[in-house]
Design a protein around this ligand. Structure first.
Ligand code: PMP
Length: 432
């Protein structure tokens, strides 16, 4: 194939400048196995960003690949206008993992499309149009999903979608009211009441929120946050949708779904990324009643529910069960969290360590008092981690939060290596 330099030149000429790369010297990845990837020179990296939180059980996991290769050899594509076994088996398996009452799934190719279907369903089901989303949230790049997205890096004027309103996200480290939990009495959650009263006719179609914000920088609201928001939204006629694109499938360790950490039951769940371990696969699962809005109406998705994606999704969910992936996320994630908290004691640059299981965030600040975002430092940490053979992501309101979300097969040794590498990098940064 073409060399790294040729790939860079070809991308410059033929690929849209909207397709961005990480790092000063973009990394070329040619191979992946479980939690590791290799570049063209054969250098190995611990992939602690998992292709943006997508490779959930490991790159080219043998059990997943065996089933996918078999399906590819047998029937690579047909559409849902014909019956095929894979969609039925996957939908059944998914329903077995859902909270009670969420049984019916609509399959797409991405998280954006899953969110489109969720909002469409909510609007049709309730007869209302207004949608409440979270500040700093990320829900995708299609029209409605872009409108829901309220993230600083999203610089399109079109994302000002009519009928979408944003409320406070439960981001305690940067509380918009300057209050402290729990004496704040969750003022940020109660703000939904004000948003509904002043920005809508008083009735809403739905609330959509990530239980733990991913792109937004591992924003992990207090326990009662979603209980309060869900109650207010339901009282205003809306349904509640949990975007589990990043937080689902055992990643938070203690529970299969991120929303379960908050003791709430949503009316619908949107999924993508880790659900297929890299397959272009998304979905919206909801109640029998809400799913009925699609009856006798054609909303077609050519690739949605195709045999290969369905097979890869099923194999992934089976591996999560069979390989004890959720338990591993809990144990290894807990160990990594401890390691990161120990670094916080040592390095003033670490303002806060957040998250659960293997969905972790480290927010960097120049000064712990003023909490001035250390965004250039975060970029430098990412570069230095890469030199030490560790890939991490970054995000957050100011691009100053390191994101650590590896394949959930991460070992204790990997976790220790990652923490030790970050320790060295932060130490070097301090000396400079
Ligand atoms: N929801 C969340 C929480 C996401 O993180 C993303 C992708 N970053 C999406 C939705 C959109 O998914 P996709 O890129 O597959 O359309």
């Amino acid at each position: 194939g073409p060399s790294r330099e040729e790939v860079i030149a070809m991308r410059k000429q033929y690929v849209s400048p909207g397709v961005i790369t990480y790092y000063k010297e973009p990394l070329m990845v040619v191979e992946g196995k479980m939690q590791y990837v290799w570049d063209e020179k054969g250098k190995r990296y611990l992939d602690a960003f998992a292709g943006i939180v997508t490779v959930s059980v490991g790159h080219c996991h043998p059990k997943v690949m065996e089933k996918v290769n078999e399906q590819n050899g047998k029937l690579q594509h047909t559409t849902t206008i014909y019956l095929h076994p894979a969609i039925a088996r996957f939908a059944e398996k998914l329903a077995s993992k859902m909270p009670d009452g969420l049984t019916r799934s609509y399959f797409t190719n991405s998280g954006s499309e899953a969110n489109e279907i969720a909002i469409l369903s909510a609007r049709e089901h309730t007869g209302n149009t207004e949608v409440i989303a979270l500040r700093n949230g990320y829900h995708g790049g299609t029209a409605t999903a872009m409108g829901l997205t309220a993230h600083g890096t999203w610089k399109f004027k079109q994302n000002n979608a009519p009928g979408v309103h944003h409320t406070h996200a439960g981001y305690c480290y940067r509380c918009p009211y300057g209050l402290e939990y729990p004496s704040c009495d969750l003022k940020c959650a109660r703000d939904v009441e004000e948003v509904i009263r002043y920005q809508t006719p008083g009735e809403v179609a739905c609330f959509i929120g990530e239980p733990i914000q991913g792109v937004g920088g591992t924003v992990t609201p207090p326990k009662e946050y979603f209980q309060i928001v869900y109650e207010i939204v339901r009282r205003s006629g809306g349904i509640c949708i949990a975007d589990e694109v990043q937080g689902g499938f055992g990643r938070t360790g203690k529970h299969y779904w991120a929303h379960q950490n908050y003791d709430v039951v949503p009316d619908g769940i949107t999924m993508a990324k880790g659900i297929g371990n890299g397959a272009p696969l998304g979905g919206f699962t909801t109640t029998e009643a809400i799913s009925q809005v699609m009856t006798n109406r054609i909303h077609f998705n050519t690739f949605g529910g195709n045999p290969v994606s369905m097979t890869q999704g099923l194999a992934t969910l089976e591996v999560i069960d069979e390989d004890g992936i959720q338990q591993n996320a809990l144990e290894v994630g807990g160990r990594l969290m401890e390691g990161l908290l120990a670094l916080q004691d040592k390095h003033p640059l670490i303002g806060e360590v957040r998250g659960m299981g293997l969905m972790l965030g480290v927010e960097l600040v120049r000064d712990r008092q003023s909490r001035e975002p250390a965004n250039t430092e975060a970029a430098e940490v990412m570069e230095q981690m890469k030199h030490r053979g560790v890939l991490i992501g970054k995000g957050g309101l100011y691009g100053n939060t390191l994101r650590i979300k590896p394949p959930m097969c991460l070992t204790a040794d990997d976790a220790d290596y990652l923490a030790a590498a970050l320790d060295e990098v932060l130490e070097n940064l301090r000396i400079k």
